[in-house]
Design a protein around this ligand. Structure first.
Ligand code: FES
Length: 160
């Protein structure tokens, strides 16, 4: 019998299961812990989590794909999130979304070919009065017009 060396990814998943697997309804908590550690939920992790929590792979995969928050692919160097909730829509987020997808050449849940940027949608960042709201690598920006979006990206590119 051959043994497979644990990878950094499988160790991170095992740690998440060990830490949270005993909690009631642990799947969501384990998935959050894995994504926090790895930035996404790799295909191999779905199998490992299913085995560790005594669930079917279909159950785990179903939850991963149901929630937009969970990523199934490695994210880019920076993550751009655009709020699509009602208040931001009333403040013009749809034209911002169109502009962002065109500018980056990707759709939501995709990463640019050079791996620099992932684009995500979110539903409210608690910044409703000053939308459209955008978050780049965890930093929140208000009143984001297409022009401001370009300026923010250019500024971020210098920081990458
Ligand atoms: S609706 Fe966009 S931040 Fe609340």
């Amino acid at each position: 019998m051959t043994s497979v060396e644990p990878t950094a990814e499988s160790q991170a998943v095992a740690a998440a299961i060990a830490r949270h697997g005993h909690e009631p309804g642990p799947l969501i908590v384990v998935l959050h812990a894995v994504q926090d550690a790895l930035g996404y939920i790799p295909e191999q992790a779905v199998r490992q989590i299913a085995d560790g929590l005594n669930l079917s792979r279909a159950e785990v995969f179903g939850v991963v794909t149901f929630y937009h928050y969970f990523r199934t692919h490695k994210p880019g160097a920076r993550t751009v999130q655009i709020c699509r909730a009602e208040a931001c829509q009333a403040r013009g987020c749809q034209s911002l979304e169109r502009h962002a997808r065109e500018k980056l050449g990707i759709d939501y849940h995709e990463t640019t070919a050079d791996g620099s940027t992932s684009l995500e949608m979110v539903f409210c960042m608690g910044n409703c009065a000053t939308g459209p709201a955008v978050r780049i690598d965890g930093r929140l920006y208000s009143h984001v017009t297409p022009e401001r979006f370009d300026a923010l990206l250019a500024h971020q590119e210098n920081a990458l």
